[in-house]
Ligand binder design. Structure first.
Ligand SMILES: Cc1cc2nc3c(=O)[nH]c(=O)nc-3n(C[C@H](O)[C@H](O)[C@H](O)COP(=O)(O)OP(=O)(O)OC[C@H]3O[C@@H](n4cnc5c(N)ncnc54)[C@H](O)[C@@H]3O)c2cc1C
Length: 425
């Protein structure tokens, strides 16, 4: 059925739903899945509550925090002071590594301190890797920052922009590192505390969805083509939607596919990103780790780079985890690969002492986040910016973590979506 709307919104993730919450006038959200939420969906199996890998709320504004908290009972929210560790050799070191080198064995500590002191700091850096060496010195980089980020981003770190992680990177200068040795209070992280709804991140998304008119959210439909001159979008069932404004929140690498023209294809090919294979695992009993919220694993012999403990966040009595494994953009994650990685994951959890012989896997789910982390690169950034500016002239706006092609939190997505809705009023 053909329609005509003021705002056509592609995607019912946190960005699309927030835009619709603040839009003035007629809108239609087209969502290709059979439910809303995008990457902020929650999966429930048996006693386990899981997200698409950990999705915790680190609010920096009162507005969105209040929007959610006013709609739920206080008992339904867990507030936590972050407890995060690095599994380094056979020990646990507090995260971030660079401010906790004093927790390493003596010779390793001396190596890190010596190289930190003699680092080759520069005015400007060529890449993310260059920045790491320049700011932290060889030992900190080679013991943690390099192997960890190579596992996560699954790419050569010299191809990433020096600011690839923006404010999410825990920068620390020598005074901060030395101070932390005594005070042991990390002030470099953006998220020292967080909150999490007992029913998972998806329960907050439901609040955004419930505030909308359900008839304006078209599930199980995919936008497949855009005519940016005539302002018409075509859906997978052949229907056509004429719009005044098009708000895209689908990943830019897919969005560019909906247009005709070589320039779109060429930008699409230039986009680089990783994929993350996530396992949510529910076990029959607790692990020996009862306080930790998530852990970082730089060791390349271990298949995962980060793991999280939902049970320690939700105060549950059985181990409930997420496991993240990084892949390059061209890697194909087949069913056999998933099976192999699950086997390896259980073996490595055992080797690391997180599970033991009595621990049994009761339930699990598998998710492939594609894309997961976009690779920020100065040259491509400029081209994306140009594309956005040109299409804004056609009343097309591309927002959200993947639509805007950036590294940001759920709250950042909400802030950007609200700002755009208000601007277009
Ligand atoms: C491993 C990992 C962990 C994370 N942890 C956190 C965290 O702890 N805290 C935090 O704040 N953030 C976290 N994030 C970031 C968070 O997931 C994103 O910022 C947020 O979910 C992005 O929401 P969005 O609406 O912009 O995009 P999405 O959630 O991707 O929504 C886009 C929607 O568009 C739909 N769509 C796509 N193509 C089409 C089409 N052609 N037609 C119709 N619909 C379409 C999709 O199905 C989807 O529903 C994490 C991200 C990753 C990868």
């Amino acid at each position: 059925m053909d329609r005509n709307v003021k705002y056509l919104i592609i995607g019912a993730g946190i960005s699309g739903l927030t835009f619709a919450n603040y839009a003035e006038g007629d809108y239609l959200i087209v969502e290709k899945e059979d439910e809303v939420g995008g990457y902020c969906r929650t999966i429930k199996k048996k006693d386990y509550v899981w997200d698409y890998a950990g999705h915790f709320f680190h609010f920096s504004t009162e507005e969105f925090k209040k929007k959610f908290l006013d709609s739920v009972s206080a008992d339904d929210i867990k507030y936590k002071d972050k407890n995060t560790k690095i599994i380094y050799k056979d020990a646990l070191v507090d995260y971030p590594f660079q401010t906790n080198i004093h927790q390493l064995e003596k010779q390793e500590f001396i190596d890190c301190l010596y190289d930190l002191f003699h680092r080759d700091e520069k005015e400007d850096y060529d890449s993310f890797l260059d920045m790491l060496y320049g700011k932290f010195g060889k030992a900190i980089v080679e013991k943690f920052l390099r192997p960890y980020n190579e596992k996560l981003y699954a790419v050569d770190l010299t191809t990433l922009d020096k600011d690839a992680m923006g404010r999410f990177f825990p920068y620390a200068d020598i005074p901060a590192i030395i101070d932390n040795m005594k005070a042991n209070k990390d002030s470099t992280s953006y998220n020292n505390s967080f909150l999490y709804p007992k029913d998972g991140a998806g329960s907050f998304i439901q609040i955004l969805y419930d505030a909308l008119d359900g008839s304006k959210v078209l599930l199980n439909h995919e936008v497949v083509k855009i005519d940016n001159e005539d302002k018409v979008a075509e859906l997978d069932d052949g229907s056509r939607i004429t719009y005044e404004y098009l708000i895209n929140t689908s990943p830019l690498n897919h969005f560019l596919d909906y247009f005709d023209g070589k320039e779109f294809k060429s930008l699409q090919e230039a986009l680089s990103y990783n994929k993350v294979l996530v396992f949510n695992l529910g076990f029959n009993k607790k692990s020996k780790y009862t306080e930790e919220h998530w852990m970082y694993i730089p060791d390349k012999k271990v298949n995962f780079y980060r793991i999280g403990f939902y049970d320690n966040i939700l105060d549950a009595d059985k181990l409930s985890m997420y496991i993240e494994i990084g892949y390059g953009k061209n890697d194909v994650i087949t069913e056999e690969e998933v099976e192999e990685q699950l086997k390896l994951t259980l073996e490595n959890l055992h080797k690391l002492g997180i599970i033991d012989d009595e621990t049994k896997l009761e339930e699990y789910s598998t998710i492939i986040m594609d894309p997961a982390y976009v690779h920020i690169n100065t040259e491509t950034e400029k081209r994306i910016q140009k594309f956005k500016e040109r299409e804004a002239g056609n009343q097309i706006y591309t927002i959200g973590r993947y639509g805007a092609w950036t590294y940001c939190s759920m709250e950042d997505c909400m802030i950007a979506a609200k700002k755009l809705a208000e601007k277009l009023k």
